[in-house]
Design a binder for this molecule. Structure first.
Ligand code: FMN
Ligand SMILES: CCCCCCC(=O)C(=O)O
Length: 356
């Protein structure tokens, strides 16, 4: 068993079963959950030799923001169920290793406390049925220092997670916490479906969010090249290739296999500010070699979801730093062994079988 699997076991021992089940689960038969993991391990590498790898740098930029690692923390809901500090702890941990944090719409923590963690952060947007509430949260996140928006588009309805209790039904303090502390907004005063995701959003949402916030928008949950182009044509700065960690459409193509098509579709595209459109990826990345493969397939950086939750649950900010730091160290080792001392030197030539 690897270190991450051991860490999940430790997290599972600390968390109530219903919380661990919610964090771990995938949709339906969990085929995509399994295939996402397996797909990163499929490509074989063609190492370059006789290169100077005495100095390895994993530093890069993401939408122009410098980071020390291309391993970023994905937005995940209910982080306060992993640790009372939630995203504020995650941000502290990410800051310790020079990473960046995605903050879920379903955070239970105040934006100011997240910002105080010291890491750059991007706010993840679910466009809710109550557009006014959505707009208010986006304005507040922008005012609190979010550097970009991650517009999640793969959840027009929640995936079928069999036998797993929806957090809104948790009869515990996290539900009460969300109602009382949702950025100071009294959700009880709103209709019951106000926070459900709107099933009718289109590409115009991208321009709406840009105008509202003045921030670049990345569209999260794209698995096709044609959709990626539509997003950028509508004003997105790029996309995140994602199966939502196998939690939405079961039997969707694994993210690793969708990535080449999306990266190729955006290779010549430019965002609204004229900068090259950027492609990111998440879902199933668990090793430094997975990250190397993702960068070789055209990703600028990757997000990891559950590994960060396991770190948060077991060690708070230190646990998050440990997870992101270990994945980065593994990446650095793989860079040395493939003769690619910088992220810019990780290219498709490193892959023996880029098409698989
Ligand atoms: C417990 C959990 C909650 C999540 N909540 C959100 C969310 O609120 N918004 C969102 O865009 N994605 C959410 N995701 C998806 C993650 O952002 C990311 O796409 C996924 O976790 C990546 O896969 P990985 O966990 O295999 O790394 C969630 C994932 C998990 C596991
Ligand atoms: C109304 C939105 C439900 C969000 C579910 C959070 C999420 O993305 C996930 O569990 O996955």
């Amino acid at each position: 068993m690897g270190w991450l699997e051991q860490l999940e076991q430790q997290a599972a021992a600390r968390l109530p079963d219903y919380v661990h089940d919610y964090f771990r689960c995938g949709a339906g038969t969990e085929t995509t959950l399994r295939e996402d993991l397996a797909a990163w391990a499929r490509p074989r590498l063609r190492p370059r030799v006789l290169r100077d790898v005495s100095r390895i740098s994993t530093a890069t930029t993401v939408l122009g923001t410098p980071v020390d690692t291309p391993v970023l923390a994905a937005p995940t809901a209910q982080q306060v169920a992993a640790h009372p500090g939630g995203e504020a702890e995650t941000a502290k941990g990410a800051a310790a290793v020079g990473s960046l944090v995605g903050v879920s719409t379903n955070t239970g923590v105040r934006f100011a406390d997240i910002a105080a963690g010291g890491a750059p952060w991007w706010y993840q947007v679910y466009v809710m049925r109550d557009r006014g509430l959505t707009a208010e949260l986006v304005r507040r996140a922008s005012a609190a220092g979010a550097g970009a928006l991650l517009l999640t588009v793969d959840l027009p309805v929640v995936g079928r997670r069999e036998g797993v209790a929806d957090p809104t039904s948790w009869a515990d303090e996290s539900r009460a916490n969300r109602r009382a502390n949702f950025h100071g907004i009294d959700l009880t005063a709103l209709p019951a479906d106000a926070t459900a995701t709107a099933p009718d959003i289109g590409p115009d949402t991208i321009g709406w969010l840009r105008e509202l916030s003045g921030l670049p928008v990345l569209v999260k949950g794209v698995l096709r090249g044609d959709d990626a182009r539509r997003c950028v044509a509508a004003g997105a700065a790029g996309v995140v290739v994602s199966t939502h960690g196998g939690r939405q459409l079961d039997r969707s193509v694994p993210a690793a296999r969708a990535l080449p098509e999306v990266a190729a579709a955006l290779a010549e595209e430019r965002g609204p500010d004229g900068a090259p459109a950027e492609t990111y990826v998440d879902s199933g990345l668990r090793r430094g070699e997975d990250v190397l493969v993702a960068l070789a397939l055209g990703a600028r950086a990757v997000f990891v979801g559950r590994p960060v939750l396991w770190g948060l649950a077991t060690g708070g900010s230190g646990g998050v730093a440990d997870v992101l730091g270990r994945l980065t160290a593994e990446l650095a080792g793989a860079m040395a062994l493939t003769g690619a001392p910088t992220c810019a030197e990780i290219g498709p030539d490193l892959l023996f079988d880029p098409g698989t």
